[in-house]
Design a protein around this ligand. Structure first.
Ligand code: FMN
Length: 259
């Protein structure tokens, strides 16, 4: 059996059994290094085969042969790395296709690692003039979850093990001077979508929720004057029987104009 075969099976195994959450850079590098070792051995075996069949040993011992070997190895490593990167990491398009509004969760809690990852991605969202006019309230205690569920009374919403309520700061948001358009909603929306995409990347489900009742939300989660809630994001592990809607989108010809 060729080493590349072993490596191929190993890669498939890793890819088939790893949850997206485990596709860390470390896992990637470990697989990459193991791949290099296997392919190094494979190229050695190939070299032996060439030598044996041709009954000559000049190929490996000449400088040209060594260089050829080296180039072959580099090309192989590059090909493996590209393949692994493509297999293990989703492209951004794949992430966009994977994200959907999840409306049924299991009761498994969201891990600290997953939440830290999501929050770091949220923190990196861009904002107008980098004002970052936002804050994110993590709703995780039973008491707080009970209150939040009063503001958006849906059976599926209550299945989420945690929520993030995204707020904008009306005193910190950037306002365009020409027409006084405030941009806090734009900023917070970008950050909220970072939450959703990061959660998707970790194999978790989310759903934007804006159809909540704002009055009870303001009463049950009192904030000072300048803060206004923009969206609630339930986050959790997607239930097996969670409905997955078809991605219905307008045709590009309807939404794109070229001038
Ligand atoms: C600003 C905004 C508000 C939304 N509010 C709600 C909501 O209150 N309840 C809900 O179930 N889904 C809500 N959604 C989810 C949309 O219905 C959903 O994104 C859309 O139908 C496309 O489906 P997809 O997310 O599965 O691709 C909201 C989405 C956005 C972007």
């Amino acid at each position: 059996m060729r080493w590349s075969g072993v490596f191929e099976s190993f890669t498939c195994c890793v890819c088939a059994h790893s949850a997206p959450a485990k596709h860390s850079a470390i896992a990637h590098d470990v697989v990459f290094l193991i791949g290099c070792v296997f392919h190094r051995k494979d190229s050695e075996k190939r070299e032996n085969d060439v030598q044996a069949s041709a009954q000559k040993n000049t190929y490996a011992s000449t400088d040209a042969g060594t260089l050829k070997n080296f180039v072959y190895l580099c090309e192989t490593i590059y090909a493996i790395k590209t393949k692994i990167t493509k297999t293990i990491y989703m492209t951004f398009l794949e992430l966009c296709e994977k994200r959907f509004s999840a409306r049924k969760f299991t009761d498994e809690p969201v891990s600290k690692e997953d939440l830290d990852y999501i929050l770091r991605c949220t923190q990196l969202a861009p904002s107008a003039v980098n004002f970052q006019p936002w804050k994110f309230v993590i709703v995780e205690s039973e008491e707080a979850k009970g209150k939040l569920r009063q503001c958006y009374n849906r059976e599926w919403f209550a299945t989420a093990p945690m929520y993030i309520v995204a707020y904008k700061n009306k005193q910190q948001e950037w306002v365009r001077k020409y027409d006084q358009k405030p941009h806090g909603d734009v900023d917070v929306s970008i950050a909220v979508e970072h939450i959703c995409m990061a959660a998707t990347d970790r194999g978790l489900g989310t759903c934007w929720v804006c159809a909540y009742k704002p009055e009870p939300l303001a009463e049950l989660f009192p904030q000072s004057e300048e803060w206004e809630a923009v969206a609630i994001v339930p986050i959790g592990h997607i239930a097996e029987d969670c409905p997955v809607g078809e991605k219905k989108r307008k045709d590009l010809s309807e939404i794109v104009e070229r001038v």
